[in-house]
Ligand binder design. Sequence first.
Ligand SMILES: C[S@@+](CC[C@H](N)C(=O)[O-])C[C@H]1O[C@@H](n2cnc3c(N)ncnc32)[C@H](O)[C@@H]1O
Length: 259
Amino acid sequence: MEPISPHNTFRFFPNISTSRSSTYYKCTPEERVATRVADIKNLLPESIIGKLETYIDIGGGDSSITIGVAKGLGIDCKNVVINDIFENFTQLEPETCPITYVQTKIDHTKRNVSIALPDNQFDLVTCFVSIHHFSYMDDMFREIVRIMKPGGYLFIREHDVGKSDERIKQFLNEMHLQWEDYQSFIKDLRNKLYKNETYFPKINYFSREGLRKYLSKFNFEIINYGEIQGTKVNNGVYIYTSNKQHLYNSLYQLQSKIQ
Ligand SMILES: C[S@@+](CC[C@H](N)C(=O)[O-])C[C@H]1O[C@@H](n2cnc3c(N)ncnc32)[C@H](O)[C@@H]1O
């Protein structure tokens, strides 16, 4: 979860339309995309910018950020893939930046997920506040690693939530539930994807150190963290002052593929 602007939430689940109030507006959609692009540029090594040729956005929502990042990093839209869990997907800007949609397929019988793309394809993967929503997390990351090139970059925007951090967990859970689109999203998932299943998608939060350790199992190495306004770092401790959702950015590099 990240969105507190109803405008943004609609963007996350473009196939679901709901009524929205304007209570939570924080910035325009354009400003939001521009900020995400600046965030990723801040973390990528300067020598890499302009050299990335292939890009996939995992859990890309409505494609606004995907397209913004592609354009901002000078990646040819033909080499850009947006991924999400919806069967039907309509991208923004089909004329000016045609990208490809590839769905994550979830098989509950086998309890696994797959992304129908060839091995070793991507220089850059982004997960903008999508990881905490992944079902079958290990499988998702096995697929992400499989489709990445060794040496490729993984940019993550996530909530920093430790296992025992009940207060922030409760806050984020409540935010998800107050978020009208999330309720429609869950209903939609139940109806369309999980028809005969008892499975209910749960939210998996990680602390930033927990996620770093988890990703090291797949041979990802942290390159850098990026702090969001409202975060203070004091002797290595992160204090979230006005960053209520404990959001942070991070850039990882896939060192090599574990066989
Ligand atoms: C909070 S939204 C973020 C959307 C977008 N990245 C953004 O920042 O605007 C999380 C997204 O992850 C998607 N998602 C959840 N599990 C996924 C999975 N296993 N594979 C791909 N996308 C997934 C959801 O459908 C949703 O669009």
